[in-house]
Design a binder for this molecule. Structure first.
Ligand code: FE2
Length: 300
């Protein structure tokens, strides 16, 4: 069993780096980290050096990163995955530097989502210099696509410490790795990809202020404002460049007593199962997973 302690980052390929970085800063509100590497833009939201890296090249998600403890824990994870027949790539010093981690390993989940386990992600203590006051408090969760969410759960719960918090039928599995209701989710989709990246905001007022801001700036709202009955979070989903969906949310449920929590099942076809406020519900768009053959490198 491999213990994931936290989510670390999303790495996404973009054909127009300037446009994607402009959206991530001026619209989403993230801090633009000082440039240190040609073709890579790091964006910061919290104590992490960055939680989003935009990489110039083909459009599509490159990888999703998770914290896995120290070097020994990472080496043990590498051995365990290889014993299970999974091909593991050990990141080079240059690749690790770009991710601001000491070391990392990369592998594909059973559906082709590229996952990276990292040790010692860099922390920055200086307050975040947000580009605009969106109220972001932290990188909240990430959501992957898979054609079979039950099979995805089997992968995450048998090899890793993820536990289901709630099911939305066969359409989604919401998983926790700490008391937060979900830091990882898998939504049913045709193939591997990143469904969305979530940022928590400080208040319900931030959700609604952001919604007005997005509408005023002609950003496509994909869903919301609404409230998820599973996590009780108040959300708004919106579409960034190159098919990348962002979410702001506030008020996610915490499951402090793990043993007392029983996962529930919601029928996605039932009114109110996605949005308790009964707003229009849609499946948000996903950014497809880049395949190594298309990028020339599995891990840039
Ligand atoms: Fe979400």
């Amino acid at each position: 069993m491999i213990t994931i302690t936290d989510i670390a980052y999303v790495r996404s390929g973009v054909t127009d780096l300037d446009a994607a970085a402009r959206f991530a800063t001026e619209i989403v509100g993230l801090e633009l980290a000082a440039p240190t590497e040609p073709g890579v833009t790091h964006l910061r939201a919290d104590h992490r050096h960055h939680c989003l890296a935009l990489v110039e090249g083909p459009s599509g998600v490159i990888s999703s990163g998770f914290c896995a403890g120290d070097s020994d824990a990472l080496a043990a994870a590498e051995t365990e995955l290889e014993r299970a027949g999974i091909t593991v790539h050990r990141g080079s010093a240059e690749e690790s530097r770009s991710r601001r981690v000491r070391e990392f390993i990369g592998f594909d989940d059973p559906f082709g989502n590229r996952v990276e386990l990292v040790s010692q992600q860099e922390t920055i203590t200086r307050p975040v210099a947000f580009t605009r006051p969106a109220g972001i408090t932290e990188f909240g969760h990430l959501c992957l696509d898979a054609p079979d969410v039950r099979e995805a759960y089997r992968f995450w719960s048998t090899r890793f410490n993820a536990r289901v918090s709630d099911w939305i039928g066969d359409a989604a599995c919401l998983m926790r790795i700490d008391p937060v209701h979900h830091k990882l989710a898998v939504f049913r989709g045709d193939g591997p990809g990143l469904c969305h990246m979530n940022f928590q905001v400080a208040s319900i007022d931030d959700v609604f202020r952001n919604w007005h801001f997005l509408v005023e700036h002609d950003v496509e709202i994909e869903m919301g404002p609404g409230r998820h009955p599973q996590s009780t979070a108040i959300f708004v989903y919106f579409l960034g460049p190159e098919g990348f969906t962002y979410e702001y949310s506030f008020g996610v449920r915490r499951i402090e007593d793990d043993s007392a929590w029983m996962p529930r099942t919601f029928d996605p076809g039932e009114v109110g199962s996605i949005d308790m406020w009964l707003g229009p519900v849609s499946r948000v768009s996903s950014q497809a997973q880049l395949q190594p053959a298309r990028t020339g490198s599995a891990t840039r």
